[in-house]
Design a protein around this ligand. Structure first.
Ligand SMILES: [Fe+2]
Ligand SMILES: [Fe+2]
Length: 196
């Protein structure tokens, strides 16, 4: 069968078929939004970047021990194009796959995935619980505190930024900008009446 570009609707219904956990859906939406923001910033294919961001952890709820590999199987069955599948696999480079990020899309996905977790954790300890009034400085402070959101692998993020040739501060700003666009959907709109 000829490969056609998967659309956002198809990706989202597949995501919901395999994931019931609200936190995982919110993570997928956050990564999608950041990928879209970064694609626009770079003048790239926003739909493709967004769809890959949305689907990247497809198998994580049901097959955490086969993370990435199971997604490869599912997307292959669904006739997804090989470049989409490769991009998804590359986010697990050095962790659960040996597919090294090569394209800009792959490098951005690798770099921002963990960072969305640190940004979310930082928002949730703020009085406003809002990503809309938070800047990169707040996240940088938490970055240094290794006991804060200890599960977030700072080394992976640093490696991603290095691959992209940008500093972590710029990456953090991009992630915040992307996540702001879906603040309501990912539960990070907070209380506008509380500042800080
Ligand atoms: Fe993952
Ligand atoms: Fe992820």
């Amino acid at each position: 069968m000829a490969e056609t570009k998967p659309c956002r609707e198809e990706a989202f219904s597949l995501l919901k078929k395999y994931n019931k956990n609200e936190g995982l859906i919110k993570h997928a939406l956050a990564v999608e939004a950041v990928m879209r923001y970064c694609a626009r910033k770079r003048g790239r294919d926003e739909e493709m970047w967004g769809v890959i961001g949305l689907i990247h952890d497809l198998d994580y709820e049901q097959f955490p021990d086969q993370h990435c590999r199971k997604t490869e199987e599912i997307l292959t069955c669904e006739n997804w194009p090989t470049d989409y599948i490769r991009a998804v696999l590359s986010h697990g480079w050095g962790i659960c796959t040996d597919v090294e990020p090569q394209s800009d899309l792959e490098k951005v996905l690798f770099a921002v995935d963990e960072l969305t977790g640190l940004v979310t954790a930082t928002v949730l300890v703020r009085p406003s619980r809002s990503v809309l009034d938070m800047n990169a400085k707040s996240v940088k402070k938490k970055w240094k505190d290794k006991s804060f959101a200890a599960g977030v692998n700072r080394e992976v993020i640093e490696k991603g930024a290095e691959m992209l040739g940008i500093d972590v501060g710029e990456l953090i700003s991009d992630v915040i900008m992307g996540m702001r666009e879906v603040a309501g959907e990912i539960g990070l709109r907070g209380d506008p009446n509380v500042s800080g």
